[in-house]
Design a protein around this ligand. Structure first.
Ligand code: NI
Length: 191
């Protein structure tokens, strides 16, 4: 099942999500989140982005895409992560990089600062505790997704001047997204 992705302006994106306690339906939910993420051509998707305020996200490490070839994203999957109740227990180094978000489609910020290496403790889809050491791009993806569980969006990690420039530059698109977010909420409440 593909969920509608909640857009900037939706209050669920601003809430601190609650811990996952029931792992019973998690496999199916994670599969639906992955399907939603693949359809939107993303690298990660957090539960609040489908309107579910729980500490859960999915993320995918892709193999490099062969040049000039349009292959289905699923063929390029190197590793899938289903991550519940993540805690980043160690951060090291700092790097700046490009980020976007499925809840702010078409908007990107360069120079979003993130730790270069992290250690994260979490539970997998069966509730098993796991520890991962990540660096570079996947470390960035995990930090972005963990932020979603705290109600934080990527541009808010920018230093103040760049954050204000981002909001100014994209004022029209952000206002349009807020309007769309309200329309989607209205539609969902009438279903
Ligand atoms: Ni995002």
């Amino acid at each position: 099942m593909i969920y509608p992705i909640r857009l900037y302006g939706d209050p669920v994106l601003r809430k601190r999500a609650r811990p996952v306690q029931d792992f019973g339906g998690l496999k199916k939910l994670a599969e639906d989140m992955l399907e939603t993420m693949f359809a939107a051509r993303g690298v990660g998707l957090a539960a609040p982005q489908i309107g579910l305020s729980e500490r859960l996200f999915v993320a995918v490490e892709y193999a490099d895409e062969p040049e000039g070839e349009e292959r289905p994203l699923r063929d390029l999957v190197r590793r899938i992560y289903v991550v519940a109740n993540p805690v980043i227990t160690h951060r090291e180094g700092q790097v700046e990089g490009l980020e976007g978000c499925l809840s702010l489609p078409g908007l990107y910020a360069e120079e979003v600062p993130r730790a270069e290496r992290i250690r994260v403790v979490y539970q997998d889809e069966e509730g098993q505790e796991r520890t991962l050491e990540l660096e570079g791009y996947m470390a960035r993806v995990f930090q972005h997704e963990v932020d979603h569980l705290e109600g934080i969006l990527f541009f808010e990690r920018l230093p103040k001047a760049k954050r204000e420039a981002f909001l100014q530059e994209h004022r029209a698109e952000l206002a349009r997204m807020q309007k769309e977010a309200r329309a989607l909420l209205k539609e969902l409440s009438q279903r």
